[in-house]
Design a protein around this ligand. Structure first.
Ligand code: ADP
Length: 633
């Protein structure tokens, strides 16, 4: 800090220059930032609250600092005509030396970090300040000058007055002040006079400082002082004192909830980490749950001071529907998003609350099945994202999954993996699933025929995200997940008797299979007989390692280039159509009708997959030819 006059222990008036970094910051405040100016209220009120905290703390060892009838408080006075705001506290106050050190330089690591982060892009920079504030200097966004009068508690030194217009220097002088604490008089710039309006200050206090631990007084219409904040926030009170109506009220008023929460989680952590959390699991999904601009619902407070909405660092993306507040005692007030991203305190809080939320969901699933059903309908797809991103909690997430299945009569009937395993046939090894667009398509799929006939349950994966999470689930309770449409169907012990039947059918249909393969050479990779089918003559399967037809369709819908993998055509040797075709083939291997029929079989199997046939015109021509043959008989 450069001084225009030397000695700092003097009682003389001094004019001093701000330290270089402080000057840079002030310059920015005054000349470059035009948005989020209102945060100066939050910053000054929180400084006042800190000063009160410090006094209370020092009074623990020096009780004379605090007489028993002093109420620690913040008082705000507005003068519309003079366009001033005065914010006073009866806290610790500052000595002359402290004023110079604290207000004349950038002591705060937050401000330094802010300067480092500055991009020079005004819009981005003013956003930074809106989110984090940079302390006392933010007042110069609205003030043409500021006067600070302060007296240090427990010190014999005289009170001091500090004044500055925020340009490059400040003055400091002795002052008269009877009691300890600090008064800050803000002389508003001409076009910022709205901040001297009563309603404006009330609404800013509500927004940012409602839950400061000390009362904030403002005179009312009749000139009597009135407390304008809630001094004890609901999350700091013991859960036993709060009714469910009060929780709901808070959920609506403070968190923008619009329904009745399905669950409320309220707790105070003490010990190595101190924080309070009040979280709600809503019943209904917000409109932006899947939009790119989606918001997280958690607000961060530090020591009861509001820091930011939408705090992504506190909860993983897949829990973005949770609404609530976290109030940490361990973070600095000037914490920035960059700091949050790699902050060990935040990491620990996040871990603890994720585990709490997942635990609560498990409990809901077990003890409040109707609520869990509602939850799953709205948030199931989001929870599934967690399987892909939160490996640490995979086991817990697996227990939360619910699927429709071939055992359920409607889409309302769902099954957990645990239940599925419990009701598996004793000779069943794997967990079977079918992926498709919706229930009515998959439930009619020819692939399910053999499972129905053997009463094996098949999970219906009909949520677009399901295809992506299957590899993340991979196996459950030692049982592998197997697609009923992919790979060679191996029902293991379930299909012992069929093994020899298949062998026989293979040799019986060998020639016909070859002929079919020839006809469909451009469209299929292989033709083979199967036991998978009971009612349908044929179906398509994809190789285990290839993209499933459903995935292919989704990729196309997303505008992705896909090289189409050729499917395998499986034929049902028990079906009369195949038996007839085989007989025709044996009579005349060159029979021309065979070609049309094979192509029809293939197209039908394609349609059963929910896909378009490659050449609809050719398909309908063949159907018509068949119809005219049949109808003419
Ligand atoms: P921060 O509050 O984050 O440290 P500020 O720029 O807001 O940063 O304030 C700088 C310092 O000035 C504070 O750390 C504190 O020591 C002192 N200060 C500011 N306001 C007051 C006040 N009302 N009473 C006592 N000290 C204050």
């Amino acid at each position: 800090m450069a001084e225009t006059e030397t000695a700092t222990s003097t009682n003389e008036p001094q004019k001093m220059e701000f330290q270089t970094e402080a000057r840079q910051l002030l310059h920015l405040m005054i000349h470059a930032l035009y948005s989020h100016k209102e945060v100066f209220v939050r910053e000054l009120v929180s400084n006042a609250s800190d000063a009160l905290d410090k006094l209370r703390f020092e009074a623990l060892t020096n009780p004379s600092l605090l007489s028993s009838d002093t109420e620690l408080a913040i008082r705000i006075k507005l003068d519309k005509t003079a366009k001033t705001i005065t914010i006073s506290d009866n806290g610790i106050g500052m000595t002359r030396q402290e004023v110079i050190e604290n207000i004349g330089t950038i002591a705060r690591s937050g401000s330094k970090a802010f300067l480092e982060k500055m991009t020079g892009d005004q819009k981005a920079d003013s956003n930074l300040i809106g989110q984090f504030g940079v302390g006392f200097y933010s007042v110069f966004m609205v003030a043409s000058s500021v006067k600070l009068v302060t007296k240090r508690a427990g010190s014999d030194e005289p009170a001091v007055v500090w004044e500055s217009s925020g340009e490059s220097s400040f003055t400091i002088n002795d002052a008269e002040k009877a009691s300890s604490g600090t008064d800050i008089v803000i002389y508003l710039k001409e076009d910022e006079s709205t901040y001297a309006e009563d309603w404006q200050i009330r609404s800013l206090i509500k927004k940012y400082s409602d839950f400061i631990a000390f009362p904030i007084y403002l005179p009312n219409d009749k000139g009597a002082d009135e407390i304008i904040n809630q001094t004890k926030p609901i999350w700091k009170r013991p859960a036993s004192e709060i009714t469910s109506e009060q929780y709901e009220e808070f959920f609506h008023q403070a968190l923008g909830g619009f329904d009745k929460p399905l669950a409320t989680l309220h707790s105070q952590a003490e010990g190595i980490m101190e924080y309070s959390s009040l979280l709600f699991i809503p019943e209904k999904a917000p409109f932006d749950l899947f939009s790119m601009e989606r918001k997280h619902g958690v607000k961060l407070y530090v020591k009861r001071v509001f820091i930011m909405d939408n705090c992504k660092e506190l909860l993983p993306d897949y829990l973005r529907f949770v609404r609530g507040i976290i109030d940490s005692e361990d973070l600095p007030l000037n914490v920035s998003r960059e700091i949050l991203q790699k902050n060990p305190v935040i990491d620990k809080i996040r871990k603890a609350i994720v585990s709490k939320i997942l635990g609560r969901l498990k409990e809901m699933a077990e003890t409040e099945p109707d609520n869990y059903k509602k939850f799953w309908q709205n948030f199931g797809p989001v929870i599934k994202e967690g399987l892909h991103t939160d490996y640490e909690n995979k086991e817990k997430l697996l227990e939360l999954l619910r699927f429709q299945s071939s055992n359920g009569a409607t889409s309302e009937d769902t099954v957990s993996l645990k239940q599925y395993v419990e009701r598996m046939r004793t000779d069943q090894k794997d967990i079977y699933y079918i992926i498709g667009e919706n229930r009515s398509i998959v439930e009619k799929s020819p692939h399910l025929e053999v499972f129905k006939s053997k009463s094996i349950e098949v999970l219906y994966m009909v949520d677009p995200i399901d295809e992506f999470i299957v590899p993340d689930i991979y196996n459950y309770d030692g049982k592998q997940l197997k697609s009923v449409t992919q790979g060679n169907l191996d029902l293991g012990d379930l299909a012992k008797e069929e093994k020899s039947a298949i062998k026989k059918a293979e040799s019986k249909f060998k020639k016909l299979s070859e002929r079919i393969k020839n006809i469909l050479a451009d469209s299929v990779k292989e033709v083979r007989v199967t036991t998978r089918l009971t009612d349908s003559p044929a179906c398509l399967v994809t190789d285990e390692n290839e993209m499933s037809s459903h995935m292919e369709k989704m990729m196309k819908a997303m505008g992705q280039e896909v090289t189409k993998a050729k499917p395998i055509l499986e034929i049902n040797p028990e079906h009369s159509i195949l038996a007839n075709m085989n007989a025709r083939y044996e009579k005349d291997p060159k029979d021309e009708d065979l070609e049309d029929w094979v192509k029809l079989l293939f197209d039908q199997a394609t349609i059963a997959e929910g896909q378009m046939v490659a050449d609809p015109l050719a398909y309908s021509k063949r159907v018509n030819k068949l119809l005219s043959q049949v109808s003419g008989q």
